[in-house]
Design a protein around this ligand. Structure first.
Ligand code: ARG
Length: 375
């Protein structure tokens, strides 16, 4: 098997990259992001490096995940240390500091035997591929069958963003939702890797605050000649969509964990129902949105951000009992790790990982698409 080989989100995991909080900074306010402190009052969002204590707590939980994976026989790799406190100045923008290497999922994706680096959508994440480059070179040098593609870098200049997006009243948000207009305009190719979900031949891409239609066109044109089918998907009740892995989470062939607050667009559900896939809603998370850590910008649905170790074993957050019970009832073996101290770095278990190698090859899980004329 090639050293890089991963066609879906569930086949037996052999090698994975687990993120690191070392060197992490608070995400800066910028046209593509308006971070806010949770809770009462209007505290300004901090800038610069996270406290040593917060980094230490998150790193311990990331180590814990790495240990559980190693215990399952998975080879675990980690990013290179990187100084995120450095400011950036490019021809298109300036930003006071960068972010972190906790969520490789957002930047890097394995599509079969190929590694793809996303364009990214936020300034503070422009160079986020760098902590992973040494690993990429390692895989690329080790095996001639390994492909490596880097998506075009957008300018991230002011013109790439729709800054008034953040002020839209709810009715306008609702109206614009149907045109999928968010904080990034449609002029440049923009996508984060975590807006994709892999199902063998078929790849879903969520149109979001972090992936625009030009980004999806680029993915289509780049991947379809290689034998993939790229499907744009939408979750019209999510007003701030970003990254698909707290919304629509495949667990094994025929089974998807869905978010009851964010159903998929009706017409897009057909592809699943027509091919006998079952969509099962995640239970209400244990933490409410108000209980999430103060600097966490994600929703309570981080609860459903599980990592599959195989088609019958998933890793869940330790305190998410209702979700664990659902997994048991669906026939899964459940491993748990504490992970809440990682939440303020942008994600949970799936986000904080990037699978390099899983068993299996490219399969067609949607046979009805082959018999349908292409549109
Ligand atoms: N926007 C998602 C939510 O709040 C969080 C997604 C996290 N995923 C990731 N790959 N960083 O529900």
């Amino acid at each position: 098997m090639p050293v890089v080989n991963s066609w879906n989100e569930w086949d037996t995991l052999r090698e994975v990259v687990v993120g690191s909080a070392t060197g992490a900074c608070f995400e800066p306010t910028e046209p593509g992001n308006r971070p806010q402190v949770r809770g009462p009052g209007d505290l300004p969002f901090p800038t610069g490096p996270k406290s040593d204590e917060a980094v230490h707590r998150a790193d311990e939980q990331l180590e814990g995940l790495a240990a559980v994976l190693a215990g399952q026989g998975v080879t675990v790799r980690r990013p290179e240390p990187y100084d995120f406190s450095r400011s950036l100045r490019t021809p298109g923008f300036e930003v006071e500091n960068q972010y972190c290497a906790v969520c490789p999922r957002d930047v890097m994706i394995t599509l079969g035997n190929e590694i793809l680096e996303a364009t990214m959508s936020r300034r503070a994440r422009y160079f986020e591929y760098e902590p992973y480059r040494k690993l990429v070179y390692g895989y690329w040098e080790a095996d001639q069958r390994v492909g490596w593609t880097v998506a075009p870098k957008p300018t991230m200049a002011d013109s790439m963003y729709r800054q008034d997006f953040w002020e839209w009243p709810l009715e306008e948000r609702h109206a614009r939702m149907h045109d999928s207009e968010f904080c990034v305009t449609q002029d440049e190719v923009v996508f984060d890797a975590a807006d994709m979900s892999r199902f063998g031949r078929d790849i879903l891409v969520q149109e979001s605050m972090t992936t625009n239609r030009a980004g999806i066109r680029w993915l289509k044109r780049t991947l379809e000649p290689k034998g993939f089918r790229v499907h744009p998907v939408h979750f019209p009740l999510d007003y701030f969509p970003s990254h698909i892995d707290c919304t629509f989470v495949p667990l094994r062939p025929g089974l998807i964990l869905t978010n009851p607050d964010r159903p998929i667009r009706d017409a897009e559900r057909r592809m699943f129902t027509e091919n006998d896939w079952k969509l099962v809603d995640a239970p209400e998370p244990v933490l409410t949105n108000d209980d999430m850590p103060p600097y966490c910008q994600s929703s309570k649905w981080l609860s459903m951000n599980v990592l599959s170790v195989s088609p019958d074993t998933v890793i869940c957050e330790e305190q998410e009992k209702p979700l664990q019970d659902l997994m048991y009832s669906l026939g899964f073996e459940v491993l748990t790790v504490p992970f809440r101290d990682v939440f303020e770095y942008g994600g949970s278990l799936h986000c904080a990982t990037w699978d390099i190698r899983r068993d299996g090859t490219r399969e067609d899980y949607f046979p009805s698409l082959s018999s349908r004329p292409a549109v």
